[in-house]
Design a protein around this ligand. Sequence first.
Ligand SMILES: Cc1ncc(COP(=O)(O)O)c(C=O)c1O
Length: 460
Amino acid sequence: MSLTTPAARRDLSFHLHPATNLRQVQAEGPLVITRGDGVYVYDDEGRRYLEGMAGLWCASLGFSERRLAEAAYRQMCELPFYHSFAGKVPAISTELAERLIGIAPAGMTKVLFANSGSEANDTAIKLAWYVNNALGRPQKKKIIARQRAYHGVTVAAASLTGLAFAHTDFDLPIARFLHTDCPYPYRGAQAGESEEAYAARLAASLEQLILREGPDTVAAFFAEPVMGAGGVIVPPATYFDRIQPLLKKYDILFVADEVICGFGRTGNMFGSQTFDLAPDIVTVAKALSAGYQPISASLVSGKVYDILLAQSDKLGIFGHGYTYSSHPVPAAVALETLRIYAERDIVGAVRRVGPRLQAGIRSFADHPLVGEARGIGLIGAIEVVRDKATKASFDPKAGVAAYLVRRAQHHGAILRNMPGDIVAFSPPLIITEPEIDEMLACFGKALDDTWTMVRERNLG
Ligand SMILES: Cc1ncc(COP(=O)(O)O)c(C=O)c1O
């Protein structure tokens, strides 16, 4: 990472970087990645990094799966574009839809494709509104998500997202979006409160919100089974067991955002299975194509689909879709990805190596900087604190976790820091135990470097 490389300088002349501190990238230059191999990527000076985040939680099969490249090439030669508007469909998209429904959480019957996780969630929001209009309930439109949720950054998906950076100065959230408590045991549970008691308190708070707003004004509740970009937050035991009956009681659609959890990450094919969820709509993206092509989907239950069908009779059209919904090239790559998951038993692989990651991150629990180590399957996080006893955080301006992540990169592993000095781990699902050890060794050195820095600068 340095402005000395020609590629970095050229990039800064032309590229507006998303989700980036623009001043910092101007000053330091981007890390220019030129190629990948397994769980590793290489920069423009040939340095190798273990990609501990699978890119953006998505490169589940690593960075050199030839079969996906070949699937894309074959499809480009055969049928490079077609669409599914007005009674047409590329054959390959049918195959993908069938395969996806075959593995989807119980109750999903139809697939509507899009290009990104944000679009899949936007689609789900529109469906929740549309369904309530179809049912003659035009006032039932509010959407509830959780504080610290991350559901994307398009206008509606960013409104779902419960993180300040997605709202501030973008004039978001738009009207009718509400946020209930984040199920965050480390910060939210009271001293001595059991997970179950905390979950009951969270459910009571959600019910109060619903009653305050009026149940006949609330259309849908969105949740990631495990929150990703909000800090890898695993809900307390029985949380969803208590939330789901409330949604049923007040006739509120449940949308499970499986954009990170889907396809093995939590040790089951879907987070919905890990937490025993019965959603009405499921959104997927990222590992659907192992990140090799942009593709996402909103899966709907039979109940939702029947309403759409009846409304299409009435209006003459189901008026939603993108030029690239059902695009055959990402569909071919996604189909091949799902075949590889089945052939290589990707869920079994996560169950085999996940405990190594979970034990490994927990082995840092006694370090003076570590407030909590948490996770499930092949997703985890370490929350850095100034004071272990009081859980007091560092001044965000000190950028302690950002420093830690920079040091990890120096030692050879790419990790990600998130608001609240949280460092995430979400490696490719093909990672081996020795590679997990290597990633954690880089992290350990970076943690010690950070401890030195904290003491030198008197931040403690
Ligand atoms: C849970 C979740 N939902 C939605 C999104 C948005 O996906 P995209 O960036 O493809 O729009 C993300 C992205 O990280 C995500 O983690």
